[in-house]
Each structure stands twice: as structure tokens, then as C-alpha cells.
Design a protein around this ligand. Structure first.
Ligand code: EPU
Length: 413
């Protein structure tokens, strides 16, 4: 029981840092979470020639972008964080070229870049894939506005094309664009910088290129996935958690699911409160692009269903390998069967603690939540995944009444 304060969204902050590259001068971004991925992006920006200062206390990052920047994102950083690919659009826009290492597959699936590439090619760029790098060159005179139709409302492809289009020649129309709150946040920062974007928040974005942008100060949108994770934490433990600095609007479908599961959700002036006083009822979930149910809360909901009354079907439509964590959850006694995109969960009255391993950020969060309600001790390994997306996760859970100890893993020589 207690209160938590949600910081800015990881998946927005990282891209806002890349947006900064579009304008020489000093950009200030507020509400940036103090997580590993932000340090990796800061390192990447430094290598491109920027000076980056980060104050963890005030969650503020200052990025000084020089007139001339480099255009190469090396494999050692891109492989550590796939979101490094966010520099692709700004680099082509600013320098006319980008050499960006291919991120390769990761723990949650193959995650192609075909829509990023096809869109840039339609804008006149030439793209080659050699020696593990994408080499992108804008045509003489810069990228050219055009109509791009995305096969799927990809968050990353929408962002790459937006950042490429804001200073392109003429008008770019992105059809079937992603509508995630983080995409809207990026559009808002770009607008403040002087970009001209119509249709923000819709699936049809019309960008009229401008000759240059100016550096600005911007506050990151609140992290809806972290807020949603706290909401599930309250529901799974039969707790009472007030989540502050959160947008209930961005979590409409998630909070609705929790109410169906038996929770009481009360909206507050700056967030919401979730209370649960009984065993949750199993609830079906289908992940979809926003405003659908977020894939980034799917493992947490499987954890919730694993102790619920009844059975539920969870369908994953975005990342095929996100069910990998189910095998770990089964080590706690959860009864989950997967078949392709579907997971059938039969709720058990209790789970039993065991050692498990986090396979990605959200799987890690799901395992910790399951560990909270499992009998005895649960040890979650590979918590570096959790640290990539959650600030002081265990400290905040302990403040709410959990009993979690962070252990440093023994060094293997
Ligand atoms: N896809 C393609 N080709 C492309 C682009 C995407 O096939 O050119 C596919 C992907 O393989 C995937 C689907 O489209 O199956 C969705 O990918 P999308 O581009 O929308 O996702 P993303 O930009 O790679 C971001 C978040 C993810 C979040 C998804 C969906 C960041 C850094 N990552 O990824 O966050 O799950 O959108 O909302 O913004 C996380 O935070 O744990 C996380 C994985």
C-alpha cells in the first residue's frame, strides 16, 4: 500500500534525445528516467559530437549539438540498445548520410527495419546493407517529401520517417502511422522546434518540410508502461497503490481490464489509484498498436492471470518471442500453455518461489510481480533487463510493502 511517482517514458526520452540532433544548439529535456538505456543513448550522442550533461536528481538532460555532427552509430552501442536506431532519421536529415549498425535480433523477436528503409528510399535516399551496417545517403539537395504507406503502424518506422521528413523538401504524408503517446510526444517537441506537422495523434501525419529547426526545452510524457506495471502490482498483491504523474487516458484499456478483473480504479488529479481486495478474475488480453492493449504490459498480465480465478487467453500480435518468459513463469508453478500467438493461462490459487531469469525488461517486471505473490523466496536473475526500463524498481516496491533484496551477482572470471 502506498504511493508511487512515475517518471518520463523511456520510449519517449530516448527518441527525444535523437530529435535533439536535428537542431544545433542546446536542447533541454526534462523528466528523463535515470536508466541504463538513457546512458547508452547519451554515449551515442557524444560519439556523434554532442556534449551531453545529465542530472539524475532533476531528471534533466542537456544536449549541446554542434553545427557539424558525425553520422556513424557503431555496433557496440546499437547491439546494446536497439533504440539507437532512432538516430537514423535525424542523421540523414542533418548530414545527408547515416552509417548505422544493424541491431540484429533480440530477446523479443526479429524486429525488422524494412519499413524504415522503404520509407527513406521513397524519400529519395539510397540504402545499402554491407558488413552489418546500413549505409543511407540522401540525394543531392536533401530528402524529398512523398507519400508513405506503412504496412503496419510501427512506432520506430513512424518516428524515423517523421524525423527525416521535418526538414525534407516538400510534403511527406505518413499513412497508417503509429499513434502511441510517445509518438505524439515526439511530434510535440518537433513542432516546438519549428516543424510543421498536421494530424498529430492520428494515423495520417502530414509533414511540410522546413529549412531548419531550433533547439528547445521539452518535458517527456509520463511512462504509461511503468504506470501500468504499478497498477498490476496493486491488483496481483491485493494491494492499494496510488500512481502519481500518470495519464489514465493513456491506459484506458488497461485500467478497464483491471476493473473487469475485480479491481477498483479511482481517477485522481494527477493519476489513479488501484485497489484490489479479492483474488483477481482471469481476463483475456489481445495486444495491438495503441490505442489497443500494449504488448509491453502483456507479461505483467500473464503474471496476474496465473494467480487469477478461472482461465484466460492472451494473444500477442507484436513480438513473437515475448512468450519466452512463460517458461520462467512456469518454474513458479504457473500453468500456461502457448500455441503460436496465443497463451492459455489457468489460474492457480498460489505460486511457489523459485529461481527464474528475466529474458527482457517487461518479462523481468512480470516475474518480479509473480514473485511477490509466490510462496517463499523467488530469485530473479539477469535484472539488468529490468534496470533498462524501471528506475529503482525494487526500492519502490519495498516502499509499497514488498520484501526484495538486490544482490550483486558474483563475478565470473
Ligand atoms: N516491424 C517490422 N518492420 C519494421 C518495423 C517494425 O517488421 O520496419 C515489426 C516489428 O518486428 C514488430 C512490429 O513491427 O513485430 C512492431 O514494431 P514497432 O516498430 O512498432 O516497435 P519498435 O519501435 O521496435 C517500440 C518500443 C517497444 C514497444 C513497441 C510497440 C522503443 C524503444 N521500443 O518498439 O518497447 O514494445 O514499440 O509498442 O520505443 C519495451 O519498452 O520493452 C519495448 C520493447
Amino acid at each position: 500500500m502506498g504511493e508511487v511517482h512515475v517518471t518520463g517514458a523511456k520510449n519517449s526520452s530516448l527518441k527525444l534525445m535523437a530529435v535533439a540532433l536535428l537542431a544545433p544548439g542546446k536542447t533541454t529535456i526534462h523528466a528523463v528516467p535515470n536508466i541504463l538505456d538513457v546512458s547508452i543513448m547519451a554515449e551515442l550522442l557524444r560519439r556523434l559530437g554532442c556534449s551531453v550533461n545529465y542530472s539524475a536528481d532533476s531528471e534533466t538532460i542537456e544536449i549541446d549539438v554542434p553545427e557539424i555532427i558525425e553520422h556513424r552509430a557503431d555496433y557496440d552501442l546499437v547491439r546494446r540498445m536497439r533504440a539507437s536506431i532512432a538516430v537514423l532519421g535525424p542523421l540523414v536529415a542533418r548530414t545527408g548520410a547515416a552509417d548505422v549498425a544493424l541491431p540484429g535480433g533480440d530477446a523479443i523477436g526479429s524486429r525488422g527495419l524494412d519499413m524504415h528503409i522503404a520509407g527513406l528510399e521513397r524519400m529519395g535516399a539510397t540504402v545499402t546493407n554491407e558488413h552489418g551496417y546500413l549505409f543511407v545517403h540522401a540525394p543531392y539537395g536533401g530528402l524529398v517529401g512523398t507519400q508513405v504507406y506503412l504496412d503496419f503502424p510501427s512506432v520506430g518506422a513512424t518516428e524515423t520517417l517523421l524525423m527525416a521528413a521535418v526538414t525534407a523538401n516538400g510534403v511527406t504524408v505518413i499513412d497508417n502511422a503509429a499513434r502511441e503517446p510517445e509518438v505524439i510526444d515526439i511530434c510535440k517537441m518537433l513542432e516546438a522546434m519549428g516543424a510543421k506537422i498536421d494530424g498529430i495523434g492520428s494515423s495520417l501525419l502530414t509533414v511540410t518540410g522546413v529549412s531548419s529547426l531550433r533547439a528547445v526545452e521539452h518535458k517527456t510524457v509520463a511512462d504509461r508502461i511503468v504506470a501500468g506495471t504499478w497498477a498490476v502490482a496493486a491488483a496481483i498483491t491485493g494491494g492499494d497503490v496510488t500512481v502519481r504523474n500518470a495519464s489514465s487516458e493513456h491506459l484506458s484499456i488497461v485500467l478497464e481490464k483491471l476493473v473487469t478483473s475485480g479491481a477498483e480504479v479511482e481517477l485522481t488529479s494527477d493519476g489513479f489509484r488501484v485497489q484490489m481486495d479479492r483474488r483477481p478474475t482471469a481476463i483475456d488480453v489481445v495486444t495491438l498498436p495503441y490505442p489497443g492493449f500494449p504488448t509491453d504490459l502483456q507479461p505483467q498480465f500473464i503474471a496476474l492471470n496465473s494467480v487469477a480465478e478461472g482461465s484466460a487467453m492472451v494473444t500477442e500480435n507484436l513480438f513473437e518471442a515475448r512468450f519466452r518468459f512463460v517458461q520462467e513463469l512456469s518454474r513458479l508453478g504457473a500453468e500456461v500453455r502457448t500455441d503460436g500467438h496465443h497463451a492459455l493461462i489457468r489460474g492457480r490459487s498460489k505460486l511457489s518461489g523459485a529461481p527464474v531469469e528475466a529474458t527482457d525488461i517487461r518479462a523481468g517486471a512480470g516475474l518480479v510481480l509473480a514473485g511477490l505473490v509466490a510462496d517463499g523466496e523467488t530469485t530473479v536473475h539477469a535484472i539488468e533487463h529490468i534496470d533498462r526500463g524501471y528506475v529503482d524498481f525494487e526500492k519502490q516496491l519495498n516502499q509499497l510493502g514488498a520484501n526484495i533484496i538486490r544482490e550483486t551477482s558474483p563475478q565470473i572470471s
